[in-house]
Write a protein that binds this ligand. Structure first.
Ligand code: KIV
Length: 265
């Protein structure tokens, strides 16, 4: 089976077909999301918060990303696999950024990398692209900027702030990004960026008019995510079902009901 590639993703915008991107961090989650029909699996650095238990994405390392990207890539016959460059893996020098992007492809098995930021990141984006590695941009409420923003706050409120995000997105498009995640901006900004850019926008908390949508699967499937943000819609209560199953299993053990004759040799 052929994996979805950057040309397929760009053609979807032209055809008006919405792009479905879902996070994945390990083999079983990648298999499920690929089987469900996701176009893109994002090994996001949200890994740090939803899988590794950190308060933010900042502690996530290149080794963490490679380890989890490998597991996802091995499980994914169809969806395109995009891996996040973690914080400080592309901030020190352009050379180090290209090397780290290459590791996500060569060692992780990803098809593309994603990085956060706008005009400041253009030399880095251009250098990674010169190494023939597709790059997805990420503008708006970029979680790696949590310290600089002073918290997780909706970005692009007001004409000036919206204009800065538009300039960032246009610069990323001109540099050669094949698509852009737009996070945590008013719906009107999501719509304006989608109309302005020829590359697909993939929104998260950016309203209904982006070319695609992405959510962290823990949020929309109710798995270890007790108070999801406003932009999340719940499609399942997986965590509750797992807890209830575990409660029944433990009860059966305590009462000597497991294993029974059918589970015994
Ligand atoms: O890390 C992540 O999961 C992301 C998405 C939320 C866009 O960057």
């Amino acid at each position: 089976m052929k994996r979805v590639n950057i040309r397929d993703i760009q053609a979807m915008k032209v055809k008006g077909e919405r792009i479905a991107m879902i996070t994945a961090y390990d083999h079983p989650s990648a298999r499920l999301m690929d089987q469900a029909g996701a176009d893109v699996l994002l090994v996001g650095d949200s890994l740090g918060m939803v899988v590794l238990g950190y308060e933010s994405t900042l502690p996530v390392t290149m080794e963490d990303m490679i380890h989890h990207t490998r597991a996802v890539a091995r499980a994914t016959p169809r969806a395109m696999v995009v891996a996040d460059l973690p914080w400080m893996s592309y901030h020190v020098s352009v050379e180090e950024s290209v090397r780290n992007a290459g590791r996500l492809i060569k060692e992780g098995g990803a098809d593309a990398v994603k990085l956060e930021g706008g005009t400041d990141r253009i030399p880095t984006v251009e250098a990674i692209l010169r190494a023939e590695i597709p790059v997805m941009g990420h503008v708006g409420l970029t979680p790696q900027s949590v310290l600089a923003f002073g918290g997780y706050r909706v970005q692009g409120k007001g004409v000036e702030a919206a204009g800065r995000i538009a300039a960032d997105a246009s610069a990323l498009e001109e540099a050669g990004c094949f698509s852009i995640v737009v996070e945590g901006v008013p719906a009107a900004v999501g719509r304006a960026l989608t109309e302005r850019l020829t590359i697909p926008t993939i929104g998260i908390g950016a309203g209904p008019d982006c070319d695609g949508q992405v959510l962290v699967y823990h949020d929309f499937l109710g798995y270890g995510s007790d108070s999801p943000p406003k932009f999340v819609r719940r499609y399942a209560e997986a965590g509750q079902e797992m807890r209830e199953g575990a409660v029944r299993f433990i009860k059966d053990i305590k009462e000597g009901k497991f294993p029974g004759p059918e589970e015994s040799y």
